[in-house]
Design a protein around this ligand. Structure first.
Ligand SMILES: Cc1ncc(COP(=O)(O)O)c(C=O)c1O
Length: 396
């Protein structure tokens, strides 16, 4: 039985999949069963930021897999401790909790916030979140996700979640109070259409959170680990959260999540209050250590930002070359959206057939999240395929 047939027969149909099955990857390139080559400008949705099978990460994983994979958090775990150190020393963080995914990291952050709030006052459990946000698919993370389609039919959602408008501080003032335990926000909304926060917005959120004694949580699951051209997106803004959630690229493909906290937030979760069997295991944290070592090497981000600017310019020239088809290019670093005047799902399929992988988010935003190691030549190739496909495609 072929992969397609087995998937149809035995895998729950929670995804609509393209009829492609990749068997090998190297850098920015993926190869399907027939040997056809694709330029990956999506990186497994902001996961393989160092490219597929980065030699240092793959070697570290192989070595670790042959040595020790799992013992449980009843014992000390060398690579876990090292990854926590690297995360803290390269961010605002003081302490880290490890888990296995973005939703689980946000779940942990929400529990941390509720515990923090209710220890001050039993009524202080509300969370302020944003319209068009995305924080994952567990019940708590979907409860703070500001897009109704994700929670429909799964209710009741968590009590005490208030939604405000992204980039609108007045709307935050309307819902915030002494009962607010936390404000959770993505520095750049990803699934919401690649929308960066305005600098004054994040600064304002910091002030509001401090005024009502609430925690400020930045969901950097998608923006973190280099995606925006710095290790963490908050570093562009000069605003530090109390809590930051990470996942996706932290293991370059090995499942891992993390909750990074400082100050009063760092000491909330005490023994027995929160846990995860797999969280921080040898394999995933060893991958994470290697990822951070590669990214914190001198000059790494100079190169990323040079190519990101090149990609952005290329996309901007496409907006000009195809008048009336696109509205704008937006995003930060290597997290870019080409805002279309048409629903772009079909275009993504055509690009895939032509050998370039991107995706469509929020209906009309063609999203580019290439591995950070993409070169100018690869960008040129990807954009030339995009031009060619656009020439033969009317769109709607
Ligand atoms: C900002 C953000 N938070 C959370 C998540 C959920 O992460 P995961 O799919 O690993 O649970 C995502 C996934 O796209 C995300 O973009």
């Amino acid at each position: 039985m072929e992969t397609f047939e087995k998937t149809e027969k035995f895998v729950m149909r929670t995804y609509n999949r393209y009829p492609v099955s990749f068997v090998r990857g190297e850098g920015c390139w993926l190869y399907d069963e027939s040997g056809k080559k694709y330029l990956d400008m999506l990186a497994g949705i902001a996961v393989c930021n160092l490219g597929h099978c980065h030699p240092r990460v793959s070697e570290a994983i192989c070595e670790q897999a042959k040595t020790l994979i799992h013992t449980s958090n009843l014992f000390h775990i060398g690579p876990q401790a090292e990854l926590a150190r690297l995360l803290c020393e390269n961010s605002f963080g003081e302490k880290v909790f490890f888990c296995n995914s973005g939703a689980e990291a946000n779940e942990g952050a929400i529990k941390l916030a509720r515990r923090y709030g209710t220890e001050l006052n039993p009524e202080k459990y509300e969370i302020v979140a944003f319209k068009n946000s995305f924080h994952g698919r567990t019940v708590a993370s979907v409860s703070v996700t500001g897009q109704g389609k994700y929670s429909q039919g799964f209710g009741p959602m968590l009590e005490g979640v208030k939604f405000a408008e992204f980039n609108n501080l007045e709307s935050v003032e309307e819902v915030v109070s002494e009962r607010t335990a936390a404000i959770i926000v993505e520095p750049v909304q990803g699934e919401g259409g690649v929308v960066p926060a305005e600098p004054d917005f994040l600064k304002g959120l910091r002030e509001i959170a401090d005024r009502v004694n609430a925690l400020l949580i930045f969901d950097e699951v998608q923006t973190g680990i280099g995606r925006t051209g710095r290790l963490f997106a908050y570093q562009h803004y000069g605003v530090e959260p109390d809590v930051m959630t990470l996942a996706k690229a932290l293991g370059n493909g090995v499942p891992i999540g993390a909750v990074v906290a400082k100050g009063r937030a760092a000491g909330v979760l005490k023994p027995g209050l929160h846990a995860s069997t797999f969280g921080g295991n040898f394999l995933s944290t060893r991958a994470g250590v290697e990822v951070l070592k590669v990214m914190t090497a001198p000059g790494f981000f100079d190169r990323v930002n040079a190519v990101a600017a090149y990609l952005r310019k290329g996309l901007e020239s496409i907006v000009e070359e195809f008048p009336g088809r696109f509205e704008a290019v937006r995003g930060l670093g290597m997290m870019l959206g080409l805002v279309c005047r048409f629903e772009c799902g079909e275009l993504v399929g055509k690009l895939l057939e032509a050998g370039v992988i991107v995706n469509c988010t929020a209906g009309r935003v063609l999203r580019f999240l290439p591995p950070l190691v993409i070169t100018e030549e690869e960008v040129d190739y990807g954009l030339s395929v995009l031009r060619e496909v656009l020439r033969g495609y009317g769109g709607r």
